[in-house]
Design a protein around this ligand. Structure first.
Ligand SMILES: [Zn+2]
Length: 137
């Protein structure tokens, strides 16, 4: 048997201890500049410097580079990567291979098997960049 139950009273709007009503996250947050990650630490000068270099995987394997160099994030911004320290020069072809046909893990494994360490290169590039831009007095 079903017992008739009175309709529950409307819940009061939840209010945070600060007095502000708790609401859903906005689609665009001006402080985040519309992005969840990375907007506050874009190092455009470093990325421009990276783009002046030849494609690292192509150079390491002795192949001819056919597309322009782009800044490739070894650790993506969504995974907490930075521009300075997690980026190396890669061409459009390598990017297509890394993100399209192979996937980043397989691409890294393929390069490792050929004796090319992306992570080490990222770290080395920062040292070169900083010694170029900020030489010791
Ligand atoms: Zn390449």
């Amino acid at each position: 048997m079903i017992f008739p139950v009175p309709k529950p009273r409307a819940k009061r709007k939840k209010v945070a201890p600060t007095g502000r009503p708790r609401t859903r996250l906005k689609n665009r947050n001006a402080r985040r500049k519309g992005r969840a990650f990375g907007a506050s630490h874009v190092d455009e000068a470093y990325l421009d410097w990276i783009r002046t270099l030849p494609c690292a995987p192509h150079l390491a394997m002795g192949l001819e580079q056919r597309t322009t160099t782009e800044a490739e994030h070894f650790v993506s911004k969504a995974h907490g990567g930075y521009d300075r320290g997690d980026t190396y020069p890669g061409c459009g072809e390598c990017r297509e291979m890394r993100h399209g046909t192979m996937g980043p893990k397989a691409f890294t494994r393929m390069l490792k098997a050929r004796g090319f360490d992306e992570r080490a290169l990222c770290k080395k590039l920062v040292v070169i960049y900083e010694s170029e831009k900020f030489p010791c007095p």
